[in-house]
Design a protein around this ligand. Structure first.
Ligand SMILES: C[S@@+](CC[C@H](N)C(=O)[O-])C[C@H]1O[C@@H](n2cnc3c(N)ncnc32)[C@H](O)[C@@H]1O
Length: 391
């Protein structure tokens, strides 16, 4: 009797899957042998043209997603309903069906519904991200997708992060007047931003740019160039060397994401010297100003506030970046600072975005005074960026 009921429930699941009316299936009341498993959510996806059941296993502290084609998925559901889960709730666009098992006894209840839409089954487009096509050599080379071109479960955060970067940077680049902007990414590392941004600008926005990743680690440069060639990204190159030694003339945008310590200042300096329309930096660790604040003579009230190391460190980061923003303003840039990735990814999550606004030096004296007052207040002798710029 319970076998018949289970098959009746599975038959409803299979019909909803085939007819694209499946909204969600939830399995709860787990009593199997897997430690910490709580429940499973099941939905339909279409990945690379293949229809699959997508299972999200909810554990106490994490979720694991597994995608399976129909025969395998239905076989696993049969075992789950028979031996492992006491209840299940099927939601479709036409009806809800509840499943309750108590020992060998199974009860099924069906309720008709109206006006419910089926969710999108497109695995990639469902999340409405700028990079919707994931079967790309560079995503595989960066370990974001597997051989099948599908984003790996353990790379979902990284994929979300690079999409977020594209969302932020693409409009800034598109606002640059040059026909084919020349973008320098200083301290490019593996080039996550460069590949994603290049792909988006060339293939989605139809607004190609030349992107050059400057990186002092030769191995990363070699790998980056090989992947760019394999991807057919002719306008994306990686060049070996240090930021300060790189000839940045002609750059429309200079970007540096988490370039270490004062390498961020090297990038800002190169951008200002080249007259780049856009300078965008996400600073990394800061040491230079902290050392000066410790050694210097800050305002007496501040001494009380900053005697705890962690406060001093955070304040030193704020002073470092606030001075960077002021120095950019001094050179005719309109500057804003905002959080650009959640600190679940990294605690270094501020982005300084400076856009040249054509009013170079308009408030020069006022800005110079703000810089001098800030330095005096915090006992700072000289910001490394001032030294680079000869201020
Ligand atoms: C923390 S990683 C960030 C990489 C990349 N920007 C990202 O966000 O994924 C910093 C990179 O900057 C490079 N780097 C640091 N200082 C540099 C300098 N002065 N010149 C060139 N590359 C530098 C390092 O080798 C490293 O690959």
């Amino acid at each position: 009797m319970s076998t018949e009921r289970i098959e009746e429930f599975l038959s409803a699941v299979k019909s909803a899957f085939a007819a694209n009316t499946l909204v969600k299936l939830k399995l709860a009341g787990y009593h199997g042998s897997e430690p910490d498993l709580k429940s499973i959510d099941v939905k339909k996806i279409v990945a690379k043209g293949t229809e699959k059941f997508s299972f999200t296993f909810h554990y106490k502290t994490r979720d694991i997603i597994k995608n399976q084609i129909q025969p395998e998925a239905v076989g696993n559901l049969r075992i789950a309903l028979k031996d492992e889960f006491r209840s299940a709730q099927l939601s479709t666009t036409e009806f809800d069906m509840s499943f309750e098992r108590n020992g060998d006894k199974v009860r099924i209840k069906r309720t008709e519904v109206e006006g419910r839409d089926a969710p999108s089954t497109d695995h990639n487009r469902a999340k409405n991200r700028p990079l919707s096509e994931t079967n790309k050599p560079y995503l595989h080379a960066l370990d974001i997708t597997g051989k099948d071109g599908v984003v790996r479960n353990d790379a979902q955060d990284k994929f979300r992060q690079i999409n977020k970067m594209v969302e932020i940077f693409a409009p800034l680049i598109q606002a640059i007047k040059a026909d084919k902007p020349r973008i320098l990414d200083m301290g490019a590392g593996k080039g996550y931003l460069d590949f994603a941004l290049y792909d988006y600008l060339a293939n989605v926005a139809n607004r190609p740019a030349d992107i050059i990743g400057v990186e002092m680690r030769d191995g990363l440069v070699k790998d980056g160039n090989a992947t760019a060639a394999q991807s057919g990204f002719s306008g994306l190159t990686f060049e070996p060397g240090t930021i300060l030694d790189y000839d940045a003339s002609g750059a429309d945008a200079v970007i540096a994401l988490h370039a270490c310590d004062t390498a961020t200042d090297d990038a800002i300096y190169k951008g200002i010297s080249a007259g780049a329309s856009l300078i965008a930096v996400a600073p990394c660790c800061h040491k230079q100003i902290r050392r000066q604040m410790e050694a210097g003579n800050p305002n007496a009230t501040l001494e009380n506030l900053l005697r705890h190391g962690i406060f001093l460190e955070r304040q030193a980061e704020m002073v470092t970046d606030a001075l960077r923003a002021l120095i950019l303003e001094l050179h005719g840039y309109k500057t804003k600072v905002f959080e650009f990735v959640s600190d679940a990814h990294t605690p270094k999550n501020n982005l300084i975005v400076a856009e040249k606004d054509g009013r170079v030096g308009r408030d020069r004296d006022a800005v110079l005074k703000q810089i001098a007052d800030t330095k005096e207040m915090f006992g700072v002798e000289q910001h490394y960026l001032e030294r680079l710029l000869g201020l």
